[in-house]
Design a protein around this ligand. Structure first.
Ligand code: RIB
Length: 320
């Protein structure tokens, strides 16, 4: 296996609104779609569609949403033997997308809260065979910390996407990860530092690096991503601002997860970090041109064709 994703699954209930209702108001929305989501699942599906072998470590409920999620994993060739099932509701996410393609998301964690540190210990032999662990914050914090600890003990690199932003994540734990990939809001919460301009973002990212994290990648939206690479003593070795690919956005839901999933795929097939970041920027850009969450994640062939048509020499296909 290339990647173990230890994280969430949700079913996304996406309403396309012309505006948000005010208190006490009922309004009509022009469109709605339902699809598989959850930051963990999204990252797993993006990586799998691009050719990675992915093992999903997650927890579903016993409702219709669970069946939908399991079928989705099967359809995308994702390993599901470590998917736990508990009584009750699966994770669900009501999402509102406005005409400017911005979204507002509410998550109901449901069964995602059922994934426990003991489940990871029980799966340690399988996780040890993976080349990368990918984890986010839509599961219990104690399970996130157990995932980081397990990766450190097994010698499997850990990629932490500290999303959604949580005040419960300790900086020291984040620094134990090989790759930490926050957006600006998440970086500010994690470090307690301001991120009003690029100099402040860099200074906050340097704090993580000095604490021992080897790669800090801050996603800056349409401005691209800032990458800092350090040595084991926290000294800066390299840095780069990797530009985004400009497109007309239709729906940005799940774009950050597309970026992480593609980056994980590129890393585990041996790409250098700057190249993997450039490819992931292109994949995230393509994803925002389509509606929905995973429905907007292209497979490797489609992505390669899109890259070629735009003169981007950085496809992520099986043949690349
Ligand atoms: O990052 C987008 C995801 O956030 C959605 O799929 C939703 O389920 C929430 O987890």
């Amino acid at each position: 296996m290339d990647i173990a994703v230890i994280g969430s699954n949700n079913v996304d209930l996406i309403t396309y609104v012309t505006r948000m209702p005010v208190d006490g108001e009922t309004i009509e929305a022009p469109d709605f779609s339902i699809g598989c989501g959850g930051k963990g699942s999204n990252q797993a599906v993006a990586a799998a569609r691009l050719g990675a072998e992915v093992l999903m470590v997650t927890c579903v409920g016993d409702d219709a949403f669970a069946s939908m999620t399991l079928e989705n994993y099967r359809a995308n060739g994702i390993g599901i033997d470590l998917v736990k099932q508990v009584p009750g509701t699966s994770g669900v996410a009501p999402i509102f997308v406005d005409p400017d393609s911005h979204n507002r998301i509410i998550i109901v964690k449901g069964a995602n809260n059922g994934l426990a540190p003991e489940d990871l210990e029980a799966a340690a032999d399988r996780i040890a065979q993976c080349r990368l662990i990918v984890v986010q914050l839509e599961i219990r914090m104690e399970t996130v910390l157990a995932a980081i600890d397990l990766g450190n003990r097994l010698g499997v690199p850990v990629l932490l996407n500290p999303a959604p932003a949580s005040p419960d994540l300790d900086l020291e734990w984040a620094a134990r990860c090989d790759y930490v990939m926050p957006n600006e809001t998440e970086l500010a919460l994690l470090t307690g530092m301001p991120v009003e301009d690029e100099a402040q973002v860099r200074e906050a990212a340097m704090v993580l690096l000095r604490r021992g994290c080897r790669h800090v990648v801050v996603t800056l939206g349409s401005r691209g991503v800032l990458w800092l690479h350090g040595d084991e003593d926290g000294a800066l070795l390299e840095e780069a601002l990797v530009p985004s690919v400009q497109v007309e956005a239709v729906d940005t839901t799940g774009a950050g997860d597309a970026f992480i999933g593609c980056f994980a795929r590129c890393l585990t097939r041996g790409d250098a970090v700057p190249q993997a970041l450039a490819t992931a920027n292109a994949y995230a850009a393509l994803s925002v041109t389509g509606r929905g969450t995973q429905t907007s994640y292209p497979d490797a062939d489609t992505f390669d064709q899109w890259c070629s048509a735009r003169g981007l020499a950085r496809g992520c296909g099986r043949t690349a």
